[in-house]
Write a protein that binds this ligand. Structure first.
Ligand SMILES: [Zn+2]
Ligand SMILES: [Zn+2]
Length: 203
């Protein structure tokens, strides 16, 4: 299962960008993502319909701001397509909030991260893969900093952080335990934990 997710992420990571107008680029990107996913994991997007364009663009803006659509498959599809389009410059200044967990290059939120050789924590932008230094103890989604509401467990070389305030989880790879950072593999691992949680199965 995690191998299939890894293959999906590996193929998606090789897709070309779609420059040009956002609405047009996004539509093309959505089709391309669907084509790639269906070649490897047809079940992943089966039954997911795209909303009308107005709703689609609104969902896209919200996702860029960190508000993820409830339907997990749709959220995945839209997120992967957004990775392929260039986001309007104007929106970047407004993102961020008062905790510094936004990508310095595109304003996006991080989806995975790692601990470097010195144990310092870095996050990887969910949209453009820029890697940036992170605050050690804060939820990247809601900004929670209270230690009692932030927990993590280890499955070497991974560390899975769980935020009790927003319920989100965040997967880090400890490079001291496995030095090679393979983003498609790490993202597949994060998706696997999320799916396991959704289906309430043991991982
Ligand atoms: Zn970015
Ligand atoms: Zn949180």
């Amino acid at each position: 299962m995690v191998e299939i997710l890894e293959e999906v992420h590996r193929r998606l990571s090789r897709l070309p960008k779609h420059p040009g107008p956002l609405a047009k680029g996004l539509k093309e990107a959505l089709l391309e993502v669907r084509r790639v996913v269906e070649a490897v994991a047809p079940w992943l997007l089966s039954g997911v319909q795209l909303p009308p364009e107005g709703q689609l663009l609104q969902d896209a803006w919200q996702l860029r701001e960190g508000k993820v659509p409830k339907n997990g498959a749709y959220a995945f599809w839209l997120h992967q397509a957004l990775r392929l389009v260039s986001w309007p410059e104007a929106s970047r200044a407004s993102s961020g909030g008062d905790w510094q967990e936004r990508c310095p290059s595109c304003g996006g939120f991080p989806d995975v991260g790692y601990l470097d050789a010195e144990g310092r924590r870095f996050h990887v932008c969910a949209f453009c893969d820029t890697q940036f230094r992170s605050m050690r103890l804060a939820c990247p989604y809601c900004g929670e900093t209270h230690p009692g509401r932030l927990a993590y467990y280890e499955e070497n070389p991974y560390r899975i952080h769980v935020c009790r305030s927003c319920g989100e989880r965040f997967v880090l790879q400890d490079l001291r335990l496995k030095a090679h950072l393979d983003l498609p593999a790490l993202r597949a691992r994060a998706a696997w934990y999320a799916l396991a949680e959704e289906n309430d199965v043991e991982v």
